[in-house]
Write a protein that binds this ligand. Structure first.
Ligand SMILES: Nc1ncnc2c1ncn2[C@@H]1O[C@H](COP(=O)(O)OP(=O)(O)OP(=O)(O)O)[C@@H](O)[C@H]1O
Ligand SMILES: [Mg+2]
Length: 337
C-alpha cells in the first residue's frame, strides 16, 4: 500500500510519543487516521510495545469489549497461540495471560461489576510497561464510539491518567464528539493529549508522489486537483491509473464505485431538516446565511449537526467546507447536470 505525505504528522506523533506525550487524532471518515496510526506503530515497534484497539465495533456490550481488548493485549505479547490452545472463556484466558506475565490480578469472578473488571483490563498496558521495563503505546481508534457510554469514558480517563509508562493515541471521526470529550472544559479527557487534526493530503505531495510512481498525464492532474487530496479517493484514483487505465476512465470508474456511498451520505443528511439546502449552498461556495430563506438560528443548528456528522468541517470562524469532494460535486450539480 502507498503512503503519501503526512511527514509532519508522523514526526510529531513519533517524537511526542517518545517523550511520553499522548495524542488526540481527529479527521473525517476515510481521511487516513487508521493508516497513520499503523504507520507510526510500524516505526515504533522496535523500541516500544504497541497495541492497537479499534472501538468501531463497540455496540454497548462491555463484556465483548473486554474480551477483545484482552485479546489485543495478549496477542501483542506474543501469547496468543498458547492461550488459544489451552482455554476458552474470558476469565480463564485472562488468568493464563497474567500468569505468563507474572501478574497477579484476579479478573475472574463475574460477581464484580463490568466497570470494575474493565478498570483492571485498562491497567494492563501500564503493568506490561512496568514488567518489561519499556514504554508502551496504546491507540484507541474510533474512540467516539464510546461516547454513548459516558461511564466508560470517565472510567478510561480515571484509570489511564495514572499511567506513567504508557502513551495514548485516541482517534475519532465524529469530530464534534471528539471535541466534547477532549476539548471542552467539562469533557472527561479535557487537556489529556495534544490535538492533531488530520487534513486532506497535500496536493503538491500527491502530485510529486504520482509523478515519481506513475507517468502522470496532465489530464490526471486535473482530476487529482478535483479530488482535493481526499486520502481515500486520491489513493483509489492513483491505484486505477497504476493499472494503466487513462485519466478519465479511472475517474469515471471511481465515481461509479463511490456513488452508492455518497448517496447514502445524502440520505443520512436528509434526516435533518434543511440539511440538503445548506449543504448545496456550501457546495456551490455560497453563504447559507445569506443565500437561503432560512432563519439564521436554524442555519447555525443545521451546520452544527452536519459538523457532528462529519459531513462538514469548519475551516475558520463561520466558514465551512464539505469534507467529501464527490459529495460536494454531487450536490453542486457538477457531477450530474
Ligand atoms: N497517507 C496516505 N497515503 C496514501 N493513502 C492513504 C493515506 N491515508 C489514507 N489513505 C487511503 O485512504 C484509505 C482510508 O484510510 P483510513 O482507513 O486510514 O482512514 P480512516 O480515517 O481511518 O477512515 P475511517 O473513518 O473509515 O476509519 C486507506 O485505505 C488508504 O488507501
Ligand atoms: Mg479508521
Amino acid at each position: 500500500m502507498w503512503f503519501i505525505n503526512r511527514e509532519e504528522e508522523l514526526k510529531r506523533l513519533k517524537e511526542g510519543l517518545l517523550r511520553g506525550e499522548s495524542f488526540v487524532l481527529t479527521a473525517p471518515r476515510r481521511f487516513g487516521k487508521t493508516t497513520l496510526i499503523k504507520r507510526v506503530f510500524e516505526e515504533l515497534r522496535d523500541a516500544y510495545k504497541v497495541f492497537y484497539i479499534d472501538l468501531m465495533p463497540y455496540s454497548g456490550d462491555e463484556e465483548a469489549l473486554m474480551e477483545y481488548m484482552l485479546e489485543v493485549f495478549y496477542k501483542g505479547m506474543g501469547l496468543a497461540g498458547t492461550v488459544k490452545k489451552m482455554v476458552g472463556g474470558i476469565s480463564l484466558r485472562a488468568r493464563v495471560v497474567f500468569e505468563e506475565l507474572g501478574i497477579e490480578i484476579d479478573l475472574s469472578g463475574k460477581k464484580s461489576s463490568p466497570l470494575v473488571r474493565m478498570s483492571k483490563v485498562l491497567e494492563i498496558p501500564q503493568i506490561i510497561s512496568e514488567k518489561e521495563n519499556r514504554r508502551v503505546v496504546v491507540a484507541y481508534d474510533e474512540f467516539g464510539e464510546l461516547y454513548k457510554a459516558q461511564e466508560l469514558v470517565k472510567l478510561f480517563r480515571s484509570v489511564i491518567q495514572h499511567h506513567k509508562g504508557v502513551s495514548y493515541i485516541f482517534s475519532g471521526s465524529q469530530e464534534s464528539i471528539m471535541e466534547k470529550v477532549f476539548l471542552s472544559k467539562d469533557g472527561a479527557f479535557f487537556r489529556f493529549g495534544t490535538l492533531v487534526e488530520l487534513g486532506a493530503l497535500n496536493l503538491g505531495e500527491v502530485l510529486k508522489f504520482a509523478e515519481n510512481t506513475l507517468s502522470l498525464l496532465p489530464h490526471a492532474i486535473t482530476f487529482l486537483q478535483w479530488l482535493e487530496g481526499h486520502p481515500y479517493y486520491t489513493s483509489r484514483y492513483l491505484q486505477k491509473l497504476n493499472t494503466g487505465k487513462d485519466a478519465l476512465e479511472s475517474f469515471e470508474e471511481l465515481l461509479s464505485e463511490e456513488m452508492n456511498y455518497v448517496e447514502l451520505l445524502v440520505e443520512k443528511a436528509k434526516v435533518t431538516k434543511h440539511a440538503i439546502e445548506v449543504l448545496r449552498a456550501i457546495a456551490r461556495g455560497e453563504n447559507p446565511y445569506k443565500k437561503l430563506n432560512i432563519k439564521s438560528q436554524m442555519v447555525t443548528k443545521v451546520l452544527e449537526k452536519l459538523r457532528l456528522n462529519g459531513l462538514l468541517r469548519r475551516r475558520e470562524r463561520g466558514k465551512y467546507e464539505i469534507t467529501d469532494p464527490i459529495l460536494k460535486g454531487y450536490l453542486s450539480g457538477e457531477l450530474n447536470p
